[in-house]
Write a protein that binds this ligand. Structure first.
Ligand code: SF4
Length: 178
């Protein structure tokens, strides 16, 4: 499978060989001061880094360089977001899931919980209740289930959420964990 970081197909931008090659590249360059300095200089431009460059910075174990990286990361965070913390209210859409992550009660083999998927009307009511509590940003959550929670269901739910106008307010941002 070809690796294409700009592709919209998961199989093309999540590529096992590329993940291994990036980890190897980072391991080989974690003491490469010249390269690390170049990457830090690029990060200062605030135009983004490639995943391999980010991997090198994450692997770097030169204490002095790490302090530089932390200070720059803090500065960039402040420049973009200011001195504030942004909260997202989680909204569970569906606990149907075909996976088996052992830490999670929604995993397929758990037969002891009722399974539920919110209708668009129920989503509307939940979102209004969250807005009444002052929330403006949501993180919608759902298990992975191609029949119960296909991508169309997620997209329809996002549209529903953004269409809600309540007391002159609206949800500003919906993140998706799925
Ligand atoms: S809901 Fe998410 S974390 Fe839980 S089993 Fe499914 S995929 Fe794993």
């Amino acid at each position: 499978m070809l690796y294409d970081p700009k592709s919209h197909k998961a199989e093309e931008f999540i590529n096992h060989e590329e993940v291994l090659a990036s980890l190897d590249y980072a391991e080989k360059n974690k003491h490469n001061v010249e390269l690390i300095d170049q990457i830090i200089a690029k990060a200062k431009l605030r135009k983004g880094l490639s995943h391999r460059e980010a991997a090198v910075l994450l692997d770097c174990d030169i204490e002095e360089k790490n302090q530089e990286i932390y200070a720059l990361a803090e500065q960039i965070k402040k420049d973009f977001y200011g001195n504030r913390i942004v909260f997202f209210a989680p909204l569970y859409l569906s606990n149907y899931c075909v996976n088996g992550c052992v830490y999670c009660p929604y995993h397929l083999k758990n037969k002891h919980i009722p399974r539920k998927k919110l209708t668009q009307d129920e989503i509307r009511r939940e979102v209004i209740a969250l807005q009444d509590m002052g929330h403006k940003r949501l993180a919608i959550e759902c298990g992975e289930h191609p029949v119960e929670n296909p991508i169309e269901y997620i997209l329809e739910s996002i549209k529903t959420i953004y269409s809600i106008k309540h007391k002159n307010g609206a949800i500003r941002r919906v993140n998706v964990n799925s």
